[in-house]
Design a protein around this ligand. Structure first.
Ligand code: SF4
Length: 92
């Protein structure tokens, strides 16, 4: 019976590819996690034309993103219940 001799350089190459693949996957996972965190980060008030006064009957207090008493899921900083921004969406 002829036993096939493993080529050590081939084995190293395979191992190297596996290690590099694992490192690459780790890097991709890290980048994706960073992107998710960035996506979750609140926007600056100036970028959404936030103001501390309502727009007619549209105000933070009746917006689905408002988090009482003074925060917002989408916008950074202290948010007035009587404020408004372009992201306003009627609370369900
Ligand atoms: S209108 Fe809605 S999205 Fe905009 S700051 Fe107020 S609660 Fe946040």
């Amino acid at each position: 019976m002829v036993e096939k001799k493993k080529d050590s350089s081939m084995e190293m190459s395979r191992r190297s590819v596996l290690v590099q693949g694992a490192l690459c996957a780790t890097g991709v996972a890290t980048v994706l996690a960073a992107n998710v965190e960035t996506a979750k980060a609140a926007l600056p008030q100036s970028s959404v034309a936030y103001r501390a006064t309502p727009n007619g009957d549209k105000e933070c207090d009746n917006c689905q993103f408002f988090k009482a008493p003074d925060a917002c899921e989408k916008v950074a900083g202290k948010i007035s219940p009587k404020g408004y921004c372009i992201l306003w969406h009627k609370k369900a």
